[in-house]
Design a protein around this ligand. Structure first.
Ligand SMILES: C[S@@+](CC[C@H](N)C(=O)[O-])C[C@H]1O[C@@H](n2cnc3c(N)ncnc32)[C@H](O)[C@@H]1O
Length: 284
């Protein structure tokens, strides 16, 4: 249908690797309580705006009896998800005109999507495709905590590179990114005002601190490399004679960080994300 998101806003790697960590099994206990879904039932779950599919993949692991369907309008994301994730039916389509009949799903879920779609349409479509007493779960990223290791701070070469890029277009405005962002107070209010009952809220705190001994060395290095991939993807999206040089600079920074980690030289850098979960029931 289109490639707006993957080509202009966030690339496949940036989204997939960061979300793979955010929805790692390590954090399932938090989501399990907040989702409050009946695991024993053969639920039919729809993920809206699934991107490259990390949450849908986690849902398949966490709710093995469920049928998981995931939809996004970005063709690149859906193509990637179909090739890399099993157990989920991925569909290219628009959340404002969901290609499903009324009363099809027991659960609808979305992560960092509600802020991009006009709320009355966003909720009306979910109300329509949800069965009576179906559960609507909206996950929204809140302001988190970020502290960089000294070796990961922006170098002079990177700063000069980014300063030299003249970005005339306001991409976020052009594609209505975050146009419908809401506060922690407005989010449950919007769900309630759009016809959902028993609305409740909660927060999952995803502490991505590689030096924290609670994480395996694999997880710690995945945390570091997820940020590496995101920085590389941003630089590689710029066509410049300097791009390759800056790619090397970024790789050197992250190689140093991995080396410090392996030596046990703790930096205590952290990317801790806070996800608000709003849960409501569809009453028909
Ligand atoms: C911030 S990304 C989040 C992706 C995914 N949920 C994740 O957390 O990785 C927002 C996603 O919403 C999708 N999206 C935005 N508007 C949409 C619409 N009207 N219909 C379907 N997908 C939409 C974009 O293509 C993008 O994949």
């Amino acid at each position: 249908m289109n490639n707006i998101w993957s080509e202009n806003i966030q690339g496949i790697k940036t989204l997939y690797l960061s979300r793979k960590l955010r929805f790692d099994d390590f954090f399932y206990g938090q989501y399990e309580k907040l989702f409050s879904l009946d695991k024993s039932q053969n639920l039919k779950i729809l993920e809206i705006g699934c991107g490259p599919g990390a949450l849908a993949s986690a849902l398949h692991r966490w709710y093995p009896n469920a049928e998981i369907v995931a939809i996004d309008r970005d063709s690149n994301f859906i193509e990637y998800a179909k090739e890399n994730i099993s157990g989920v039916k991925f569909i290219e389509g628009d959340a404002t005109v969901l290609p499903f009949e009324a009363d099809t799903f027991d659960v609808t879920i979305s992560h960092t999507v509600c802020e991009h779609i006009e709320p009355t349409i966003f909720y009306a479509e979910q109300k329509r495709v949800l069965r009576d007493n179906g559960v609507c779960l909206v996950l929204s990223a809140r302001k988190g905590i970020k502290h960089l290791a000294e070796c990961l701070k922006m170098t002079k070469a990177e700063k000069e590179f980014w300063d030299s890029i003249t970005d005339e277009e306001n991409i976020l405005e052009k594609y209505a990114v975050g146009k419908y962002s809401m506060t922690e107070q407005e989010l449950p209010m919007a769900m309630e005002n759009n016809g959902f009952a028993n609305v409740s809220t909660g927060y999952a705190v995803i502490d991505l601190t590689p030096d924290n001994p609670k994480y395996s060395s694999q997880m710690a290095e995945d945390i570091i490399n997820s940020e590496r991939a995101s920085e590389l993807e941003a630089v590689q999206s710029v066509k410049s004679a300097e791009t390759n040089r800056i790619v090397d600079v970024i790789n050197e920074k992250y190689d140093s960080r991995i080396e410090l980690y392996r030596k046990g030289n703790k930096q205590w850098d952290t990317i801790t994300s806070i996800t608000m979960i709003i849960r409501g029931i569809n009453k028909k």
